[in-house]
Design a protein around this ligand. Structure first.
Ligand SMILES: C[S@@+](CC[C@H](N)C(=O)[O-])C[C@H]1O[C@@H](n2cnc3c(N)ncnc32)[C@H](O)[C@@H]1O
Length: 309
């Protein structure tokens, strides 16, 4: 089975406007699907790939092997991109790709504990298996108010209050240790008429975002990555969550804006210059055909920007 089917591959390649001799950074290399397409564009393209998951690095290494010598892979958090680029001896970039969230492989591998469908799997959800925080800890140790905030903000779960109340009552009797136990508890917390086969999805998503610190420092990171682009370099960001998309939209808007001095100032004193130009005003979404073929692409949003100075 394929490790991960890349989302909107053609749109991403077009968005990056890959050119010969260019150096590209894939911050979320996963199974290497997008990286493969980037490297296949031109025999003089070089790529640096990052993933915090060791299994992803191994899968990408296998996938990209026909291009050996033109790519380097690093197991790291992309938030450490400065260090990675230093190690790779790369300064300016011609393109950056971020394909946020988790891969199909991570969801499908029961042992990783990401899926509400994996009944007996341990509550884990770490992308980086050396990470200290697990879903089991979040569910069993977090104070109720913190859990509630996570389920509401990251999961946009309308029944968050009942779910958290039931988690608190349940953990007094013993630890909640499997995905199945949590999924069942969530299902029982939701009124029957709102129940569905996927009704634990939002709770699992919220806990996963917390375990992996997915939103922490994302704004600063996207800003820093945009600033490593050469003039004319492109950045493509694929998001699967409204909070992530909002952050990307905000960064692009901030870097696109010019002087921020009050309107009544006779001359600019802030010195702010436009650094980016958004290529698509509205995010690109997957075609109906792609959604039918790869349902995971349904909620994906692609934003593209170009470095102006
Ligand atoms: C959606 S998948 C990427 C799939 C990839 N584009 C492909 O074509 O196969 C997201 C990947 O990003 C990785 N990831 C998520 N957050 C990360 C972070 N902060 N640092 C490094 N890797 C991260 C995950 O481990 C996962 O493998």
């Amino acid at each position: 089975m394929e490790y991960h089917l890349p989302v909107m591959p053609e749109e991403v390649i077009e968005g990056l406007a890959v050119k010969g001799g260019g150096v590209y950074l894939d911050c979320t290399v996963g199974g290497g699907g997008h990286s493969f397409a980037i490297l296949a564009q031109d025999p003089t393209v070089r790529l640096v790939g990052i993933d915090r998951d060791g299994e992803a690095i191994e899968a990408a290494e296998r996938r990209l092997s026909p291009f050996r010598g033109r790519y380097e892979l690093y197991r790291d958090n992309f938030k450490n991109f400065r260090d990675v680029l230093y190690r790779a001896g790369v300064d300016g970039l011609d393109g950056v790709l971020l394909d946020l969230g988790i891969s199909s492989h991570q969801i499908d591998d029961e042992a990783r504990g990401f899926s509400y469908r994996s009944a007996s799997a341990p509550l884990d959800m770490r992308m980086d298996r050396d990470g200290l925080l697990t879903a089991e800890y979040v569910v069993n140790e977090y104070p109720e108010d913190k859990l509630l905030k996570i389920l509401r903000e990251y999961g946009e779960e309308p029944f968050a209050a009942v779910i958290v109340r039931n988690i608190a009552a349940r953990r007094k009797r013993g630890r909640i240790s499997t995905c199945g136990e949590l999924a069942e508890l969530v299902e029982e917390s939701i009124p029957p008429k709102f129940r569905s086969a996927a009704c634990a999805r939002q709770t699992f998503q919220a806990i996963r975002i917390e375990v992996n610190g997915e939103l922490e420092g994302l704004k600063e990171c996207v800003t820093g990555l945009a600033r490593r682009l050469k003039t004319g370099g492109r950045m493509c960001v694929l998001t699967f969550h409204s909070l992530e998309d909002r952050i990307v939209k905000q960064v692009f808007r901030e870097l696109e804006s010019e002087c921020e001095c009050p309107k009544n100032f006779p001359v600019c004193v802030c010195g702010k210059k436009r650094e980016l130009k958004t290529v698509n005003k509205k995010p690109i979404t997957a075609s109906e055909e792609e959604v039918n073929e790869n349902p995971r692409s349904k909620c994906a949003k692609l934003r593209i920007a170009e470095k102006t100075a």
